[in-house]
Design a protein around this ligand. Structure first.
Ligand SMILES: [Zn+2]
Length: 217
């Protein structure tokens, strides 16, 4: 906490003047580019790896970057706050892209791989069930064989959560572009699912061009 509080003092003293115009504009309204759903993990920071600024992303974070699906009645089976963010992001902020971002070395994915029944915290154990289908796919041999099983599971999980997003009525109606991202912490590299290649690929210049082409509207 000491670092955090000192950070506020430093921001006030050194950086606030640089942000004065940005924040006075943002005080009137927000118009973010995307709804960004990522793991709560402290190392997964889009403001660093995607150079985002205040106002760029509408954010939901939770352990495991999970999206609990909507049930037959159209309501979230587990998390009203996330469902509310989907509604607000799509219908009020009118974002046209939703990103789900997982990462390497994810503690939730490691725990899932070792058996959800062994997790002793009841809420976490229950919450993780929204990734069960990804574990089944891992056990069927799906995923990038070059990766550690835990990281392969993490990538399969990101793709599963896109399927869960599609169960929501506003997602069906507004048909935003859904993006599966995966942050490799050790290499500080962002990968995205490349539908053409059927694999996660680093977002280098070429891949970035393909992504931009796909979202050109
Ligand atoms: Zn994580």
């Amino acid at each position: 906490m000491r670092k955090l509080v000192q950070g506020i003092v430093d921001f006030r003293r050194k950086r606030r003047p640089d942000y004065a115009e940005t924040f006075s504009r943002l005080a009137l309204r927000q118009k973010p580019d995307a709804l960004y759903i990522s793991c709560s993990d402290s190392r997964v920071q889009a403001n660093v790896f995607a150079s985002t600024e205040p106002g760029d992303l509408f954010v939901v974070r939770n352990p495991g970057n999970l999206v609990s699906p909507a049930g037959p009645d159209g309501r979230s089976v587990a998390d009203e706050s996330e469902a509310a963010a989907i509604e607000f992001g799509l219908d009020v902020l009118e974002v046209r892209d939703i990103i789900v971002c997982g990462h390497s070395g994810c503690g939730v994915m490691a725990a899932l791989e070792h058996g959800r029944e062994n997790v002793r915290w009841p809420h976490l154990r229950s919450w993780m069930r929204h990734a069960d289908a990804a574990l089944e796919r891992l056990r069927r041999g799906e995923g990038d064989q070059e990766r550690l099983p835990q990281d392969r599971l993490s990538q399969l999980n990101v793709l599963l959560q896109l399927e869960h997003l599609r169960s929501y009525e506003p997602v069906k109606r507004r048909a935003p572009t859904l993006h599966a991202w995966w942050f490799e912490i050790g290499a500080a590299e962002v990968h995205a699912w490349d539908p053409g290649a059927g694999a996660f690929r680093a977002i280098d210049d070429d891949h970035a061009a393909r992504i931009l082409q796909r979202i050109a509207r």
